[in-house]
Design a protein around this ligand. Sequence first.
Ligand code: DQA
Length: 143
Amino acid sequence: MSKPVLVLNGPNLGRLGRREPQIYGTTTHGDLAARLIEYGRELGLDVEVRQTDSEERMIGWIHQAADDRIPVVINPAAWSHYNIAIADALAQVEAPCIEVHISNIATREEFRHHSVVSAHVTGTIAGLGLKGYELALAWLATV
Ligand code: DQA
C-alpha cells in the first residue's frame, strides 16, 4: 500500500502561473498538483495536493494530518512570516513535515526572512522553485 502524503499550499498559490511569474514561474497550481501526484506514484507515495486561501481550512487540514499521522509538505506562503495559529497547528504534527518555499525567502524583502513555522517542521527547502516540492517528496519516500 502506498504511503499517504498531504501537500498543502497556502494563500495566493492557487494563482501560480499568473502570479508574479518572474518569481514563481509559469506552471499553474493544477499542473504542479498533477506533476506531484505522478512523481509521488513513482516513489510509492499516495500524494494529495490541496490549496486554500482560508486559514480555518488550512488549520483543519493540519489537524487532520496530526490526527491521522500523515506526513506533510507545506508551503504556508505569506502565513509563514506571521501566523502563529498555523505554527501552533504544525507543532501538533508528529509525522515528518517539510516546509517549502518556491523562492529564496532569505534573499527577498526583510519581512520574508523569518518563518514562524520553521521551528515546527522537520526541515525547510527554499529557493529551488517547484523542484523543492519534488525534493521534499523524494525525502519523505526514504523515511
Ligand atoms: C512563498 C514566499 C512567501 O514569502 C510568499 O508570501 C508566498 C510564497 C514561496 O513559495 O516562495 O506567497 O512561500
